[in-house]
Design a protein around this ligand. Structure first.
Ligand code: NAI
Length: 797
């Protein structure tokens, strides 16, 4: 036999990683784990424990505590008590703790890797070479941000106690993504690992003890969804950070609506893997292996939809099938294994059912000729061809090693197919043509785009979704903003809506008030798609002045008007493609045209609100200044180039959210309106604005300014009427991508609740009274109307 023949036919021998130390560690705890609360190990109040099973054998490894209401109360209380000390520590002190945690993780990296593979079923190659090194990297990276917080996030402060709920697919890595930034920014945490995979989180709790973190800064409470619910509902938690299914994300969005809790959600995906005919097909095949068979396809950003240019489809699929034959499935602790075990029988059944539905729907299913191990929960790599884009398997997150393949002819078709799901987590684009790659990268709706690569992660680069894949980012500087807030403005009145507060402050109308001028009788219409339109309802609302006199009438907008406005805003989407420079020029023009009409606008404000001429003029001037500010920002709100560990350029680009609904505060009829629409359109969004309900005439006057300032039709749409009712329609609308609401607490709750339909981004304020102060403008507004897309391009020959 020749050497070549031996090479071809040689079988792999077993190469098992030793599991002894991990099993010993479990044994040291007598196979049973309590809750880590306030720096101590506490038995659950219910005395309930659940089994933790090794998915590669189906046998129990240990048991962990099911935390109940009393336990979560204790954990939140411990985190609350630890908060003043931890948040007040200088950043450099917190940094030292985070460095200590990173070093603990490195020192025990093999124990953690083996535990992770035992508990989750993922190949040791992945836990050893990817998960655990990245965990350490996250703590190191964020230790740096703790150190730099005071200088680089000047003016920001921590949020408070954060509840964190994570899934089972990357147990320790998801813990690191959540805990490292939270602690770095001065928050304390109560974290719940997934019920299938609590072991590495418990090992991490021991490291927290050894690193000497103050008790209560990190609390680890194991349990299933019921424990998660208790965390979500707890009144003394300030923020919830969740990674998991879109279904549970939606429940959490509804559950937290109106509670004032901050929320970040990292949800499911159905990520496209787009291959153009000029791609290097051999690299593509390895890319696909990584995209869909990494971690058995149980990856939120798995490249589960292969979109191939028709001309190379057959060639690529042939290569792929040949490669699938050589994939090795089996014991996750075997170092030469490519595919490990599926997490649990329930997940295996879900995969089997979805595969069966694919076959039923007429797609062609292909699996390699070899058989899976029969112990434990295994599923073979599976390829579907002949799939219709609307088929269940092309739309639903399977979360298993199942790839669906579809073809396209033109780049535009590729973009349409790529964007043809409700998700937007990640995308891979394969072509040797850099122009094409970037063109497609900008057009695909997803938080991460990998060019000629896939599944690259690093602490320095933000990760998170567009659309129903959730909102918020983890990693990078952009991720820090999920764990900080600006302090509440000092001049905020405590309770009343500020319009009322202003009225209360006012004595009799000032003598020099423009209020005494006779009101001009004009029909104030709505403004939709660049046209002045009458309300669909045929009703008008009477607008009264400060003394109860009639100062005008506006249309009473309804659902139909909102629908038309949303359509118009979508039709104006190319506004986003204009350069920042062009948008800036248009905003400058708007500002100039408003400035020349200062007197008219001040008169209108006075007539509606009873403000003095002087005060109303100040409001107009402030609005003009703000327009100039956002015109200035339009071409300056840059992204970043992230400094990752790879030979890759990772571009973090802020992109507009899309169509944004904006409900304006009652107060400051002009300034409130301008303060909200100006940043939104400066960043390339198109908007549907609901002006101040009691004082809408400044906004309806404003469309004359828009009309004379070259603002393209549909970029700004104005629908007058009852704010909360209209805001609800916007929040429920599936073609609205984001919603800003400045009103009362009831409206804020409704908007957050209704936004769960398509998981739109929301920014709500139950008191919009700070429009006039420093807080009324700034980068916070720009961040809230953009989402960061990270585009990775590896380089090297
Ligand atoms: P899941 O979303 O139910 O679980 C994620 C975490 O949320 C776990 O810690 C769980 O205990 C907790 N949880 C469950 N119900 C909750 C509730 N009502 N309130 C608060 N917390 C709750 O995901 P599951 O059941 O483990 O997997 C189901 C499907 O979800 C998978 O088949 C997959 O499609 C998807 N999934 C997506 C992930 C992603 O990263 N995108 C991660 C895990 C699952």
């Amino acid at each position: 036999m020749s050497v070549a023949e031996i090479f071809e036919t040689m079988e792999y021998g077993p190469a098992p990683e030793a599991k002894g130390p991990a099993l010993e560690w479990i044994q040291q705890h007598h196979g049973q784990f309590d809750l880590f609360i306030g720096g101590d190990w506490k038995a659950p109040s219910s005395s309930d424990y659940f089994d933790v099973v090794n998915p590669a054998t189906g046998k129990p490894l240990a048991s962990a505590a099911q935390a109940g209401a009393e336990d979560i109360d204790t954990a939140v209380d411990a985190a609350r008590r630890a908060y003043p000390l931890w948040s007040a520590m200088p950043g450099q002190v917190r940094a030292r703790y985070l460095y200590a945690l990173a070093r603990q993780i490195q020192r025990h990296s093999r124990l953690l890797a083996v535990l992770e593979s035992l508990d989750n079923g993922k190949p040791i190659r992945e836990s050893r070479d990817l998960d655990i090194p990245l965990v350490a990297r996250h703590f190191y990276y964020h230790a740096g941000w703790a150190q730099l917080m005071e200088s680089e996030l000047r003016g920001y402060e921590s949020i408070g106690v954060v509840g964190q709920i994570i899934p089972w697919n990357f147990p320790l890595l998801m813990l690191a993504w959540k805990i490292a930034p939270a602690l770095a920014m001065g928050n304390t945490v109560v974290l719940k690992p997934a019920e299938f995979t609590p072991l590495t989180a418990l090992a991490f709790a021991e490291m927290v003890e050894r690193a000497g973190l103050p008790p209560g800064v990190v609390n680890i409470t194991t349990g299933d969804g019921r424990t998660g619910e208790l965390i979500v509902r707890h009144p003394d938690i300030d923020k919830i950070a969740f990674t998991g299914s879109t279904e549970v994300g939606r429940i959490i969005r509804q559950e937290t609506a109106g509670s004032g809790k901050r929320l970040s959600l990292e949800l499911g995906g159905k990520s496209p893997f787009v291959v153009f005919e000029n791609a290097d097909l051999d690299s593509v095949v390895e890319g696909v292996v990584d995209a869909i068979w990494f971690n058995q396809g149980q990856v939120c950003c798995a490249g589960s939809r292969l979109l191939v240019q028709e001309s190379v489809e057959e060639r690529l699929l042939a290569k792929l099938r040949a490669r699938m034959e050589t994939l090795r499935i089996g014991d996750p602790l075997d170092k030469a294994i490519d595919i490990g075990a599926i997490i649990a029988p329930v997940q295996l059944q879900k995969i089997e059912q979805l595969v069966a539905s694919g076959v039923e729907e007429g797609a062609s299913m292909w699996q390699p000729s070899w058989a899976c191990p029969t112990d434990g929960y295994f599923y073979p790599p599976t390829l579907f061809t002949n799939v219709s884009p609307a088929a269940m398997i092309a739309q639903v997150e399977i979360f298993g090693p199942v790839l669906v393949s579809m073809s396209f002819r033109t780049p535009q078709e590729a973009v349409d197919l790529a964007n043809n799901t409700r998700y937007g987590l990640a995308a891979s684009i394969w072509t040797e043509d850099i122009n094409l790659a970037f063109d497609i990268a900008r057009k695909v709706k997803s938080g991460t785009v990998w060019i000629n690569s896939t599944n690259l992660f690093d602490a320095a680069s933000g990760f998170g979704g567009y659309r129903e894949s959730g909102f918020g980012r983890e990693g990078g500087k952009e991720g820090l903003f999920e764990y900080v807030k600006l302090p509440a403005p000092a001049h905020l009145p405590d309770t009343q809506s500020s319009a009322r507060a202003r009225r209360a402050r006012r004595t009799s109308p000032p003598e020099s008030s423009l209020l005494d001028l006779p009101p001009v009788d004009r029909t104030s219409k709505m403004f939709i798609g660049g046209k002045q339109t009458r309300p669909d309802s045929g009703y008008s609302r009477l607008i009264l002045g400060a003394r109860g006199e009639l100062v005008g009438e506006v249309g009473d907008g309804n659902r139909k008007d909102i629908r038309n406005a949303v359509e118009a805003a979508h039709a104006a989407a190319k506004w986003a493609d204009m350069s920042g420079h062009t948008r800036a020029q248009i905003l400058y023009y708007v500002a100039e045209n408003l400035a020349v009409r200062t007197q008219d606008f001040a008169g209108r404000i006075s007539a509606m609100t009873g403000e003095s001429a002087e005060s109303a003029t100040r409001e107009v001037e402030a609005a003009v200044r703000r327009l100039f500010t956002y015109a200035a920002w339009a071409d300056k709100f840059d992204g970043q180039v992230h400094n990752t560990q790879f030979r890759a350029i990772a571009l973090a680009i802020p992109e507009p959210i899309g169509v944004l609904g904006i409900a304006c505060p009652d107060d400051y009829p002009l300034l409130g309106f301008v303060s909200l629409i100006a940043p939104a359109v400066a960043m390339g969004n198109t908007v549907i604005a609901i002006p101040s309900e009691p004082h809408p005439l400044s906004a309806t006057d404003f469309y004359q300014v828009l009309e004379t300032s070259d603002v393209p039709a549909g970029v700004v749409n104005i629908v007058t009427g009852m704010r909360n009712a209209l805001a609800q329609v916007l929040a429920e609308h599936d073609d609205v991508d984001g919603m800003w609401y400045f009103g009362d607490s009831e409206g804020a709750r409704t908007v957050e609740y209704a936004s769960a339909g398509n998981m739109k981004r929301t920014w709500v304020h139950a008191d919009g009274s700070w429009m006039d102060g420093e807080r009324g403008e700034g980068q916070e507004f720009l961040r809230e109307c953009t989402q960061v897309k990270n585009i990775w391009t590896p380089y090297g020959v």
